[in-house]
Design a protein around this ligand. Structure first.
Ligand SMILES: Cc1cc2nc3c(=O)[nH]c(=O)nc-3n(C[C@H](O)[C@H](O)[C@H](O)COP(=O)(O)OP(=O)(O)OC[C@H]3O[C@@H](n4cnc5c(N)ncnc54)[C@H](O)[C@@H]3O)c2cc1C
Length: 375
């Protein structure tokens, strides 16, 4: 087996390398209570009720238009939910340990489990197991197109290794992430505003969408949301890994015109940050400022949710230089607890409707390849 990896060995693993890899699980074997509902609820679109009805029938009975319809297949959600526990246990077989680790959300709506060591632990465990079983990993080698025989069967991939063309013959599995590292595809699918987005972590820059393009060119039916994406609000001034800004619910968000544009705390932040991130992208230059008053210091855990960037908040609030751990460890670190200095002088009072801080000044009231490659 040959595994092609565009990145160098030390950066292998794409986004997975950089994620904490929280899984919505209630225990090691069962997904969280809201798993199906949330996935289905997040699927966009106004579907023909007849399609919805037909989707409940066995696959072989699905009408042809439904088979190629780009929606969130309920069967896929079911399989995902049913297989999450076995997948977790399978990963345990390679030495991965799981725990209910602290998250960077100041408050959350569901239960989450994560591999100890995050996504990097998954990458290291699986790469070691693949090599132990005889796989060869070709680094700095990018797949570019599928090779077909005279019958049209897919029999390999064309690739480029450090500028030299190569070919790997055998069965092919495409597993190359999305297209968040490809500005042309981002603009094609998301529109001009894609100019104001960027991958959350460096691993995303290696994902240029060739896998998606190869699949579509081979006749795969597009499914899912090509015009949307998984989004997080991040501090654009920061080069840190995942410099999330998730404490905005304790203050207000304003755009370049100083106007508010969304309800910052319509629900728990872990259930709503995508909506907010997309709302930010709709603002001029895709920017917003999170504005707080001193009562933020009274909010629990806000620093783990928003203090990752180089911005002025951390410095000013605790009266010392922002001194979080280095970025390589910061993402593995436990979120800080609420600051102890200065001592809480005010009572943190979330608003009943929004969960926002009540301001004392009332100012802010919101494949298989065979290894027969030549390279
Ligand atoms: C900072 C961060 C935090 C996240 N947190 C969570 C979380 O807590 N829970 C959760 O469920 N999800 C989370 N996600 C999302 C999750 O990490 C991704 O959905 C997941 O890692 C995607 O896995 P993948 O294997 O599809 O792609 P990736 O992990 O991105 O891997 C793609 C691989 O393909 C390689 N590649 C790309 N193109 C080519 C090519 N043409 N030829 C050869 N190789 C190629 C890349 O180099 C990379 O190694 C997070 C993402 C980020 C960035």
């Amino acid at each position: 087996m040959a595994v092609l990896e565009r990145a160098a060995r030390e950066e292998r693993g794409g986004n997975t390398r950089y994620t904490e890899s929280f899984w919505r699980m209630r225990d090691h074997d069962t997904v969280s209570e809201d798993f199906d509902e949330r996935l289905a609820g997040n699927a966009g679109g106004h579907f023909d009720p007849e399609f919805v009805k037909d989707a409940g029938r066995p696959y072989e009975d699905w009408p042809r238009p439904l088979r190629a319809f780009g929606f969130t297949d309920p069967e896929l959600i079911r399989v995902w939910g049913d297989d999450a526990g076995p997948a977790l246990r399978w990963l345990e077989g390679f030495g991965v340990r799981w725990d209910f680790l602290p998250t960077y959300f100041p408050y959350q709506s569901t239960t989450r489990i994560a591999p100890v060591g995050g996504g990097l632990a998954l990458v290291e465990a699986l790469a070691a197991e693949a090599e132990r079983r005889g796989a060869s990993i070709f680094y700095e080698t990018a797949a570019r197109g599928l090779v077909r025989d005279d019958e049209g069967e897919i029999v390999g991939v064309e690739a480029v290794k450090r500028g030299r063309p190569c070919r790997f013959m055998g069965r092919v599995v495409l597993a190359s992430g999305g297209f968040e590292g490809n500005p042309e595809m981002l603009a094609r699918y998301l529109g001009p505003k894609a100019q104001w987005t960027r991958p959350v972590a460096k691993g995303g820059y290696y994902n240029r969408g060739e896998g998606v393009a190869m699949g579509l060119a081979a006749g795969a039916a597009p499914a899912g949301e090509y015009g949307a994406f998984h989004a997080q609000p991040v501090d654009p001034r920061s080069g840190a890994i995942e410099p999330v800004v998730l404490h905005y619910g304790y203050g207000v968000l304003v755009n370049r015109e100083g106007e508010r544009f969304t309800d910052e705390a319509a629900g728990p932040v872990d259930a709503g940050y995508e909506r907010v991130a997309r709302a930010v992208l709709e603002q001029p230059q895709g920017l917003a400022w999170a504005v707080f008053d001193a009562a933020l210091d009274d909010a629990p855990h806000w620093r783990g949710a928003g203090g990752r960037g180089p911005g002025p908040l951390g410095r000013r609030r605790v009266g010392r230089r922002w001194g979080g751990p280095p970025s390589s460890t910061r993402r593995r670190s436990r979120p800080r607890s609420a600051p102890t200095t200065p001592p809480a002088r005010r009572t943190y009072r979330p608003s009943a409707r929004t969960g926002r801080t009540a301001s004392p000044r009332g100012a802010w009231r919101r494949r298989r390849a065979t290894g027969r490659g030549r390279c």
